[in-house]
Design a protein around this ligand. Sequence first.
Ligand SMILES: [Zn+2]
Ligand SMILES: [Zn+2]
Length: 339
Amino acid sequence: MHHHPYNRKPITVFSFFFLIYHIPQPIEARNPSQFTIKPSRHNVNIPEIKRHLHRFGYLQRNNNNVSFEQALSRYQKNLGLPITGKPDSDTLSHVRLPRCGFPDDVDSKTPPFHTKQKYVYFPGRPRWTRDDNIPLQLTYAFSQENLTPYLTPTQIRRVFRHAFAKWASVIPVSFVETEDYDTADIKIGFFAGDHGDGEPFDGVLGVLAHTFSPENGRLHLDKAETWAVDFHEEKSTVAVDLESVAVHEIGHVLGLGHSSAKDAAMYPTLKPRSKKVDLNVDDVVGVQSLYGTNPNFNLSGLLASETSTNLAADGKLVRSEGMIYSTLSTLFVLGFLNL
Ligand SMILES: [Zn+2]
Ligand SMILES: [Zn+2]
């Protein structure tokens, strides 16, 4: 069971069988200028949206129980968009963003108590456990044959050290790099196209990475991406920030699904040339309810920092959207869960 990726588990009615998903995207969908230009109402592309809903499990070819409008509404809900059930331009612009290959939690039930939590788990809430190892220590290793030509091994290792440290700072789990790829808990590599796990990568942008649920530990990045650690050095318009994707995929390694909170690390999409390397309150509360709290972690410090402004990758000052809502909703969940 542990060797099956989440999206092949026959657990839900949506069987996530989109293994042959190489959906040819029109060239313009990959042109980064599309990520900044909002399409007008007149060029909303319904077939493109339908392909995307099929690809990420919202629509099934053999299941007519879900209408396009219902599937679209669920997609909009999962991405924190206005729920119109209509293929509006806002929805299309999200369909065109590069994203994680993991399906969104299309089968999620309404959480109890009408909580506003936005994080989700995999079915059965799998997590890593070690009876003889408290606090929990997980090892990780890189596949030496499967790295990226854009970065040196030293750069890759530094990025992942930082990304693991973000999660380790909030839960009582430590991550230790090892040379031994075969025995490591978490196995990291860059792979191109079909790489033998039934989830072929799709080339530049589109799907950026995917990870398997606990306790599988495989973390795969699409080798076709222009992986970057510094946008001043890497000028490509399709460059993808490695640390942002690493932080997100480690969340999956630990057992978190996708969040609908746009400023969460676990939100499914990431624009080229943008960074999102910090955990937000939604990510923290989600992972802490799986593993407990790192005694050195101070949630009120995080709440305070989320009310400050962030310096975006392009140097413009931006304010995190939805931050007040996120803070309130988390406190609400805290109250119920007694954390
Ligand atoms: Zn993901
Ligand atoms: Zn893979």
